[in-house]
Design a protein around this ligand. Structure first.
Ligand code: HEC
Ligand code: HEC
Length: 370
């Protein structure tokens, strides 16, 4: 006897969630994939919205009310685990608890991710929080990491449960049911009405369309609160003098005390003589101090100056800051010496639009051939 348990939308939801969560985990490894990561996250948000609606208005077995979550059923299930007295057509109690955990934790992971994206990067729907909460950006990132790690644990529990079920109750075919929809079991089959079909079609296609749209078009979902800076207009001499030998370093990337020390000794500037007449030097210094890391809410400014604050010496090279060193540790030394890059101080070789003050993850692109 075969019964139809998981309707098509439930199965599509399941496999899309698998795909998106896998993509989210993979893309979290690389900074330059952050916008892709965020787009996937918004896709997961829509999937969760679908699942929530489905939990109340969906078909039999997918509705939350059909999940055997009561204490009695749970205890009974655990007690008779090896010799079950009853069969569950939908989720058994243990699986129901794991599903609930996965749904809630995924929801929290998406929420904390969008928050971190706003607070730390100044991007997305919570970008407005960057101005006030940027000093706590690490906290939001850590919350997001913690909840995604816990999610991995629950996913492992889910896989473990399926494996055990397959071993113990081979004949019902739970594993196959998430592909075919059918379990070898006697039960009332699930069926969809028109409203349910419409709901599933709209929400599931939105879960495909929204991430794609976000990737290819500007939307508030990934928009940055920062605009490019025209340094040429802000201080022409700064650009003229300080970008003649190398990349223009946006003032936000060093704290006041580093700029003061650097500007106090231009005659011996990393082995070069970069001295200026006093009026010009003082004017550039004023500009640098007025726009230093202390007055920025950007991620790079925050982390560079914090890492400098933790060292005793007064470092004047961004690339000598512990944060910079940590962030570039995985890059092969040979890349910095390659003809395309030449020096680790040549930031713009890998960070597009660096000289417009934009140090954005999605603008990182290693030069070709390196
Ligand atoms: C005569 C050439 C010259 C001029 C002019 C010059 N610099 Fe430099 N600067 C260098 C050299 C050489 C280095 C060492 C890094 C490198 O190899 O590019 C350096 C490094 C730096 C660094 C550290 C980069 C890093 O790796 O983090 C900063 C910051 C910097 N310069 C700021 C300035 C500022 C501000 C001015 C304008 C007042 C200025 N420079 C003008 C030659 C110059
Ligand atoms: C050879 C290429 C290369 C050069 C040169 C380079 N970077 Fe990077 N940078 C990268 C890569 C790649 C990452 C991302 C590392 C990761 O995924 O964790 C990165 C990450 C960063 C980050 C952290 C991510 C972010 O967006 O906030 C900052 C800040 C940064 N770089 C600043 C600089 C500065 C300042 C310079 C010049 C002094 C510089 N980089 C030179 C390749 C480079």
């Amino acid at each position: 006897m075969k019964s139809y348990i998981w309707t098509l939308p439930t199965r599509i939801f399941h496999w899309m969630l698998v795909l998106y969560v896998a993509l989210a985990f993979l893309s979290s490894e690389w900074e330059w994939l952050l916008d892709f990561h965020a787009a996937v996250g918004y896709g997961i948000a829509i999937l969760l919205l679908f699942r929530l609606v489905w939990g109340f208005m969906g078909p039999r077995y997918s509705r939350f009310a059909d999940w055997p979550l009561s204490k009695r059923e749970t205890l009974e299930f655990l007690r008779d685990f090896l010799h079950p007295k009853r069969e569950y057509a939908g989720h058994n109690p243990a699986a129901s608890w794991v599903m609930l955990g996965i749904l809630l934790l995924t929801l929290f992971t998406v929420f904390s991710g969008v928050l971190a994206y706003g607070v730390q990067e100044g991007k997305g729907v919570f970008a407005w929080l960057n101005g006030t909460l940027f000093r706590n950006m690490e906290l939001f990132e850590e919350l997001h990491e913690l909840s995604s790690t816990l999610l991995l644990v629950l996913i492992a529990a889910h896989l473990g449960g399926v494996a055990m079920d397959t071993l113990l109750h081979k004949k019902s075919g739970t594993l196959r049911s998430i592909i075919t929809g059918y379990k070898r079991i006697e039960a009332t089959p699930a069926a969809l009405n028109f409203v349910q079909k419409l709901l599933a079609a709209v929400l599931l296609s939105t879960a495909v369309a929204l991430p794609l749209y976000t990737l290819f078009f500007d939307t508030p979902l990934t928009q940055s609160r920062y605009s490019p800076v025209e340094f040429e207009k802000e201080h022409a001499h700064f650009v003229e003098e300080c970008a003649s030998c190398h990349t223009l370093y946006p003032p936000q990337l060093l704290p006041k005390r580093s700029w003061k020390k650097l500007m106090a000794n231009l005659a011996d500037h990393f082995g070069d003589d970069a001295s200026l007449d006093e009026e010009e030097r003082a004017s550039i210094e004023r500009y640098l101090l007025a726009n230093s890391a202390e007055s920025s809410t950007k991620e790079a400014a925050h982390y560079i100056s914090r890492s400098l604050g933790e060292t005793k010496e007064n470092i004047i090279a961004i690339s000598d800051s512990p944060y910079w060193i940590e962030k570039h540790a995985s890059i092969d030394k040979a890349v910095f010496q390659s003809p395309e890059v030449k020096s680790k101080s040549n930031c713009k070789a890998c960070h597009q639009r660096f000289e417009e003050g934009l140090i954005e993850d999605h603008l990182i692109a290693m030069p070709k051939g390196s």
